[in-house]
Design a protein around this ligand. Sequence first.
Ligand SMILES: *[C@@H]1O[C@H](CO)[C@@H](O)[C@H](O)[C@H]1NC(C)=O
Ligand SMILES: *[C@@H]1O[C@H](CO)[C@@H](O)[C@H](O)[C@H]1NC(C)=O
Length: 410
Amino acid sequence: MPALLSLALLALLGSAFATPNPNPQQLPLINADLLYGNAPPTKLRDDLLSLHRSLVEVESITYHETEVGHHLARYLRRRGYTTQLQYIPSKTDSPDENRFNVLAWPGDSARPNPRVIISSHIDVVPPYIPYYISDDEPTSDTVIGGRGSVDAKGSIAAQIIALQSLLDAGEVREEDVMLLFVVGEESPGDGMRHFSNSSERHALNFESVIFGEPTENKLACGHKGGLFCSIEASGISGHSGYPWLGKSANELLVKALYEMINTDLGSSDKFGNTTVNIGRIDGGVAANVIPDHAKVDLAIRVAIGPEDEGGEIVVDRIKKILYELDPESLKFAYTHGYGVVECDCAVPGFETTVESYGTDIPNLKGVYKRYLYGPGSILVAHAPNERLTVGDLETSVEGYKRLILHALQN
Ligand SMILES: *[C@@H]1O[C@H](CO)[C@@H](O)[C@H](O)[C@H]1NC(C)=O
Ligand SMILES: *[C@@H]1O[C@H](CO)[C@@H](O)[C@H](O)[C@H]1NC(C)=O
């Protein structure tokens, strides 16, 4: 009876994980192949894959999350959750902007007060890529692709199935958990920021939040901060034959960028170097005209902390570079910046990692334990070949179960 065997194995592993282990190395890493062998519990796989498929099939590029939000809320209500749609104040009257976060909790409490929040985001980056699956009869090696299959609908599906299986097994109490699926994570983070500042959130006293993002099923000990900024250079135009009579804004900008990528803007052992992506450059009007204007947009990944001030440290170092070059002609501006984001990764049985991408974590203010974990790789997340395997998804179900139990055992 392979199914029974798997269940027994799960129970065995479940009880081992629930006990604090002074030596994390002794716990086996989670691996769906080891758990299930060639005979996974079919119902779990079916539930997982059909939920994942239904989420990926609904296009939900940022600002168009309404349909997938309703789909998710319906799915959860049918399974006995109470749902609340938390509308984001809209800047326009566009119907596309009736955007909402989905909050859901098992049971019918009117005033939930969970200890653990399990969260991810329902928006994806463009363009839409249809769902596909490589086999009619999936095995753990079966590949599933499509926009959002990894970032972050893989996390959402695995989180819901993990929580459901803990609730079904009586390992978690209904009142201890809440699901939070937000809009706008990819940009501009307005969903989580709205939740963070809402009356719903202020009524809660949660201890931990599990954030679902692709970490290749490793537990992230943190991620880099970010600084999103631009530099504008102004010059004096003139005939290209007489550059000494004008002042080239392009040349000035190139010098500033050269200094920036050759200067230590902040580094740490844990997070490495602060890196500069010269994302977009715009300057000049024609080859034979001295350019009097140039602009660059930059995404900087900040490797120093603390979270609240690390961004400012990098800002100061950039300003110093610009000041030494030409303070009159180089103008620096930024929308937001933050330093490294530390996460809790002292959980037995997980391989750990550190990420170089941003998440919604800094947008949820407050003191609580943060866990960052999910299936699939960030390296395919925004790419045309976004995809993961059935085994990745199943492994993450076990990972989320272990994280939820860990967060509740303290
Ligand atoms: C937070 O909410 C308060 C009260 O609703 C509001 O006045 C304030 O502007 C909000 N702050 C942000 C950053 O959204
Ligand atoms: C960080 O930068 C230094 C010098 O700028 C370089 O030697 C080092 O290899 C870099 N580290 C990483 C992790 O890229």
